[in-house]
Design a protein around this ligand. Structure first.
Ligand code: CAA
Length: 396
């Protein structure tokens, strides 16, 4: 049999540094985040204090080189962190993921040296919050179809940006945003350019904050540009490169969302295990009945299969970063499978808990609500399937 890239045996080892990070993040997440998660979910308040603490621990720019204010670690470190933070609270992991994967990566991979120094350091260190803005009210999955515009002024010094973007994670608190907008509408996706936005400049404002089903402590809002004058030095990666940057960055982001989904699933699974051992019905713990055992077996098997896909995606990403090439399919498969797994596992965990699972007195219903977004953001499950199938069929 000929082994292709995807069927190569996995090899991924935790170093002492990973082990130390894992222990520190697990301790922090369970001690500082888990106890306040329900309260922040209920109020919908942005958890600024614990987000700042994640910054102090180096978690807000975990893969960024130390010279740019990051922790200088790798994708496995990012994944381990995402799983542990998501197990405690999915909202915190969303904020962390956008800061790391969607904001910092693009600037690291496509920025000039001056841009890296100016735009990564404050966000990777956690002093400031970063966001990523691609979606618009009338363009979500069809990301290349945008109505917002950036036009060069007569002096050639600034792009004047106008339009409305939607569903921007962390926008209500973001200091900096990587923005994708049209500079040449007739060129379709090749007319999209990426701009580095400073939210303190005039012409920028925030629209309505979304009242969400889950990840309620992660603030999401519209952002509005009204003659925002963006200096030409704040174009990232060159004119017309925006779509490629957006997609490249999303490949990395999707591994993070897969890890988030796995973390939510693990939290629900572990709670279901405890309940299945303790809860008695018909004179015995419910875990002694085959119908519950079937659920436990299926939940565990899917979680471990998801972990395998994430590890495969990490290997593919590290290989691509070292040698060029892409890991789009691996990232999409991990995201697709883990987000569908989170839906399955949180639903089964709720079923095992019965009425108690439906009550706000336990975190199960929160896991169930939080899991739902992982099948939608950073590309719906339908888009992941489209990406995987197009590659398999040789359509792209
Ligand atoms: N990496 C690099 N380049 C890529 C790429 C990738 N992963 N995917 C596509 N491209 C390139 C292609 O090579 C092609 O390049 P050329 O112009 O040189 O030919 C170009 O981009 C266009 O590609 P397609 O023809 O495949 O583009 P498409 O219009 O058919 O769309 C899509 C492809 C995969 C459906 C894409 O639109 C997509 O991913 N949509 C989903 C968008 C999404 O995930 N949105 C979520 C936003 S973030 C968020 O959720 C909010 C948040 O804050 C968390």
């Amino acid at each position: 049999m000929v082994l292709n890239e995807m069927t190569r045996p996995l090899s991924l080892a935790l170093t002492d540094e990973h082990e130390m990070l894992l222990a520190a993040v697990r301790d922090f997440a369970q001690r500082e985040i888990a106890p306040v998660a329900a309260e922040f979910d209920e109020s919908g308040e942005f958890p600024l204090d614990t987000v700042r603490k994640m910054g102090e621990m180096g978690l807000m720019g975990i893969e960024m080189p130390e010279e740019y204010g990051g922790a200088g670690m790798d994708t496995l470190a990012h994944v381990l962190t995402m799983i542990e933070i998501a197990k405690a609270d999915a909202s915190h992991s969303t904020i962390l993921s956008v800061n790391n994967s969607l904001y910092c990566n693009g600037i690291l991979w496509f920025g000039t040296e001056a841009q890296k120094r100016e735009w990564i350091a404050p966000v990777a260190s956690g002093e400031q919050i970063g966001a990523y803005s691609l979606t618009e009210p009338m363009s979500g999955s069809d990301a290349g179809n945008m109505a917002s515009r950036a036009l060069l002024n007569e002096a050639g010094s600034h792009y004047i940006i106008n339009g409305r973007k939607s569903w921007v994670t962390s926008a209500p608190f973001a200091d900096r945003i990587v923005l994708f907008t049209m500079t040449a509408a007739h060129e379709k996706h090749r007319g999209i350019t990426c701009f580095l936005i400073d939210t303190s400049r005039s012409g920028f404002s925030r629209g309505k904050t979304e009242p969400k089903l889950g990840i309620r402590a992660s603030a999401t809002s519209e952002i509005i540009f009204e003659d925002y004058a963006c200096p030409v030095e704040h174009v990232l990666g060159g004119l017309g490169q925006g779509f490629k940057i957006a997609m490249t960055v999303l490949d990395a982001g999707r591994i993070g969302i897969a890890a988030q989904a796995l973390g939510i699933a693990e939290a629900a699974y572990e709670a279901a295990l405890v309940y299945a051992r303790e809860r008695e019905a018909f004179g015995a713990p419910i875990g002694s009945y085959q119908m519950i055992q079937q659920k436990i077996a299926d939940m565990k098997t899917r979680i471990e299969a998801g972990r395998g896909l994430i590890y495969q995606a990490i290997i593919a990403k590290e290989r691509a970063l070292a040698t060029g090439g892409r890991y789009t399919t691996e990232a999409s498969m991990a995201k697709l499978f883990c987000s569908e797994t989170a839906a399955f596992v949180t639903d089964e965990a709720l079923q095992i808990h019965g009425g108690m699972g439906y009550s706000k007195e336990l975190p199960i219903e929160r896991y169930y609500r939080d899991a739902r977004i992982t099948r939608i953001y950073e590309g719906t499950s339908e888009i992941q399937r489209m990406v995987i199938a197009r590659k398999e069929l040789g359509l792209r």
